[in-house]
Design a protein around this ligand. Structure first.
Ligand code: V55
Ligand code: FE
Length: 487
């Protein structure tokens, strides 16, 4: 029996949905452009059973994949749970067996296996395409491969044994010029280890290179960026150790005395020349883009000057204060003996960490950055379980780094926006010419909508209306028929 009555914040609109569905030829307001051909794939978190510990973070919830398949001006929907080992075991037991976020010591004895922490992954973070294959990823374990059409779970993958890390990042990066994909795993050799293994995949999806690194302290290394010459993996602030895990705490605490750092690995050579550069106390989750410029790596990213995770408590007992992300630029002087980075703020408007660019510009300077933010001038007719008065993220925005302009789009009076994706109009269109697509939750009508904007005007061209609500989305991607074998 599944009893969700004690689930605090995961109630009302944001309660788990627990069903799988297909919707053929979805309802649309406006007109879906006929040149939009491909699939919007989103990964959501949706507890099939209430968590073993009611105060666990939603980051532990089951992974749920949805696809919106666009062709000839219409769209079909599909949604399925990711059938991880964890999901299947919990279904068989008809209850949750796995405990706190990334803490195998807190798991039910029937599944407890701290030597293989990756096996407890819920694969709930990012849909990833590598060489025509679709994966559901989470940084805790190996990716699960999915059938891109049926969304059936095919199983966990270690790339024919060539992937040696126990973990796999939720944010691999593809070089649009060479077609190579770069990925890594941290805590690679076991729970709390300082080992980071960095891999290169060729355009056929074969692993061609492994570099093993050791970082100064174990921290959340959630995302990465690439330049034409370097791989950069940032992290900082979050701390862990076996003792806190034995005590049954969630994986991470926050230590405000720890510097942020940037692991820099050259793309060529033996990898023995990797380096670590340091910054101030920072919350770094996602990156935007990076490129080489005059002996430096320039890295643009949303970042905050302190903790952004309410559920990762300060190890010095300091009360939690939410720090806001702004878009900043980090300069890493790879030719200097100094290992300090330099940081500047590009825009001072607070945004979420979920930010996107036109990904054809990975490794070279980009002009436009797409963000989500809370426009406090706008009305709000919905209710949020944690704070009924709070202004949710109700708008998308586009920063122009050249003209230093900001254009926004308000999604609606009862709407909460999720990470958007930029879709180029065609292969040769200019940067930013295309569509911005994003999930918006309609709290008043208890349904999820997907908006399609003209990305150069930031105006709505169509809105898909689902006849139910989706659970909260983590990341979403767009894949064309060239990128995935779509039916
Ligand atoms: C993130 C999400 C995760 C996770 C670690 O968005 C970081 C950041 C949904 O799971 O496990
Ligand atoms: Fe992420």
């Amino acid at each position: 029996m599944a009893d969700f009555s004690s689930m605090g914040q995961m109630t009302g609109y944001f309660a788990p949905t627990r069903f799988e569905a297909d919707v053929y030829d979805c309802e649309v307001v406006g007109r879906i452009p006929h040149d939009l051909s491909g699939v919007f794939i989103r990964l959501h978190h949706d507890w099939f059973y209430p968590p073993l510990f009611p105060d666990d973070t939603a980051l532990s919830a089951d992974g749920y994949i949805t696809s919106l398949r666009f062709r000839n001006g219409s769209v079909d929907y599909r949604g399925r749970y990711i059938r991880t080992e964890r999901y299947e075991q919990q279904r068989a037991a008809r209850r949750s067996l796995y405990g706190y976020y990334r803490n195998p010591f807190s798991d039910d004895p029937s599944v407890r296996d701290p030597d293989h922490p990756g096996r407890r992954t819920s694969a709930n973070t990012t849909p990833v395409v590598i060489a025509g294959r679709l994966f559901a990823t989470k940084e805790e374990g190996l990716p699960y491969e999915l059938d891109p059409n049926s969304l059936e779970t095919l199983g966990a993958v270690d790339f024919d044994g060539a992937w040696k890390s126990q973990t796999f990042t939720a944010h691999p990066k593809r070089d649009p010029f060479t077609g190579e994909t770069f990925a890594f795993g941290y805590e690679a050799s076991g729970l709390t280890s300082k080992d980071v293994f960095v891999y290169t995949f060729d355009r056929q999806g074969k692993i061609t290179r492994e570099v093993r690194c050791e970082v100064p302290y174990t921290t959340m290394m959630h995302d990465m960026s690439i330049t034409a010459k370097y791989i950069v993996i940032p992290g900082g602030g979050c701390v862990t150790d076996l003792n806190r895990l034995y005590l049954g705490k969630p994986h991470w605490g926050w230590d405000s005395t720890k510097p942020s750092y940037f692991l820099v690995v050259p793309r060529d050579g033996s990898g023995a020349d990797y380096r670590v550069f340091y910054g101030a106390e920072r919350s770094i989750v996602h990156t935007l883009n990076a490129y080489d410029e005059g002996g430096e790596i320039v890295l643009d990213l949303p970042t905050a000057s302190g903790n952004t995770w309410p559920f990762f408590e300060d190890v010095h007992g300091k009360p939690f204060v939410m720090h806001q992300n702004t878009i900043r630029r980090v300069h890493i002087d790879v030719e200097s003996a100094s290992s300090e980075v330099r940081e500047e703020e590009l825009f001072n408007i607070p945004v979420t960490s979920f930010t996107r660019i036109d990904e054809r510009y990975f490794t070279r300077p980009n002009r436009y950055t797409f963000v989500q933010f809370a426009d406090r001038e706008k009305p709000f007719q919905g209710r949020l379980p944690d704070d009924p008065r709070a202004q949710p993220n109700n708008s998308y925005g586009r920063f122009d780094l050249i003209e230093r302009k900001f254009v926004s789009f308000f999604a609606g009076e009862a709407h909460v926006v999720q990470e958007p994706v930029f879709i180029p109009r065609n292969e040769t269109s200019q940067e930013g010419d295309g569509y911005l697509m994003g999930t918006v939750h309609n709290l008043a009508d208890l349904r999820t909508e997907v908006v399609i904007l003209d990305a150069s005007e930031m105006t709505e061209v169509a809105r898909i209306i689902l006849p139910f609500r989706n659970s909260p989305q983590i990341h979403g991607i767009w894949a064309s028929e060239q990128e995935l074998p779509l039916l």
